[in-house]
Design a binder for this molecule. Structure first.
Ligand code: PEP
Ligand code: MN
Length: 289
């Protein structure tokens, strides 16, 4: 009798890297996972048409090809600003057309997926919902690319399995986003897990971008983390900015300001030099270490 020993089947057959190489996700004509890293930027929350437009102009000047902004906000306190909902989606749509950037926005509830998908170019599943399997399935059927953020206490394995839920539901255009995890450290809001970038790249064909804003929690730390993320091989950055952070209704302390626009543009401009593509190549079928 011959015993055939097969390798373990991949835990994530759809999002795992099985030797097919990295994939590119298109948000309209913006390629994520292409040769050049992308910048998605804008306000944490849509507050007013003017504030959203001004933040979008800052994003554009920094080199963003994607606008971000929250119409539905997942807030720790039920008394905090929860977002403008459909009115926010309308503002985002108008600003997106005015500045010529497609936009990504978060959806919190399965019941809102169709409405958000009718307006947005890309749906975001936030860190707090990474384990919301009903929502993962719902965005997987929405027909729009999905930006999936890592949960604050999720392992990389759990992160990839969450992406697998979306892919299994039919949404294979997924971009992963490392945004910091909770550790004992309190100097920053979360601890940016830079290692997640090469680890994800070795296990999955999906593009991976980094959100230094929520990890840092403080403006002054955002740009160094942004530069580090690109040097580690991230396919892009997700960054918050605000024309007047002192008046922001959400996450003002971490919002980049006008003075940060040119330094961020410079970081994006030299991104292709920062990353040595020969480091941590993807080519590990079944994620052998
Ligand atoms: C956000 O991007 O606005 C956000 C709420 O991020 P996270 O889900 O990573 O906290
Ligand atoms: Mn925010």
């Amino acid at each position: 009798m011959t015993i055939i020993i097969r390798p373990d089947p991949s835990p994530y057959p759809l999002v795992g890297d099985h030797g097919q190489g990295p994939s590119t996700v298109y948000v309209r004509d913006v390629a994520i996972g292409g040769v050049r890293p992308i910048l998605a930027a804008g306000p944490c929350a849509v507050e007013t048409p003017e504030q959203t437009y001004q933040a979008a102009c800052m994003a554009h000047r920094a080199g963003a090809t994607l606008l971000r902004g929250g119409a539905y906000k997942p807030r720790t306190s039920p008394y905090a600003f929860q977002g403008l909902a459909v009115q926010g989606l309308k503002i985002l749509t108008e600003v997106s057309i005015a500045v010529g950037l497609p936009f990504v926005t978060e959806v919190l509830d399965t019941g809102d997926v169709d409405t958000v998908a009718a307006h947005a170019d890309m749906l975001q599943v936030g860190a707090r919902n990474m384990h919301n399997f009903a929502l993962l399935r719902a965005v997987g059927t929405a027909g729009k690319p999905v930006l999936l953020k890592r949960g604050v206490a999720a392992t990389i394995e759990e992160f990839l399995l969450a992406a697998e839920y979306i892919a299994q539901a039919g949404g294979e255009d997924i971009v992963l986003c490392e945004r910091g995890i909770r550790t004992f450290e309190t100097a920053t809001r979360f601890t940016l897990d830079i290692a997640a970038v090469p680890v994800v790249r070795s296990r999955s064909h999906l593009p991976v971008i980094v959100d230094p804003s929520h990890a840092a929690g403080k403006r002054r730390f955002v740009l160094p983390l942004a530069a580090a993320a690109l040097a580690a091989g991230a396919d892009g950055l997700l960054i918050e900015m605000h024309p007047d952070p002192a008046k922001a209704l959400c996450d003002g302390a971490q919002a980049l300001v006008e003075d940060d626009v040119l330094p961020l543009a410079a970081i994006m401009g030299r991104a292709w030099q920062a990353y040595d593509g020969t480091l941590g190549e993807r080519a590990e079928p079944n994620h052998a270490e």
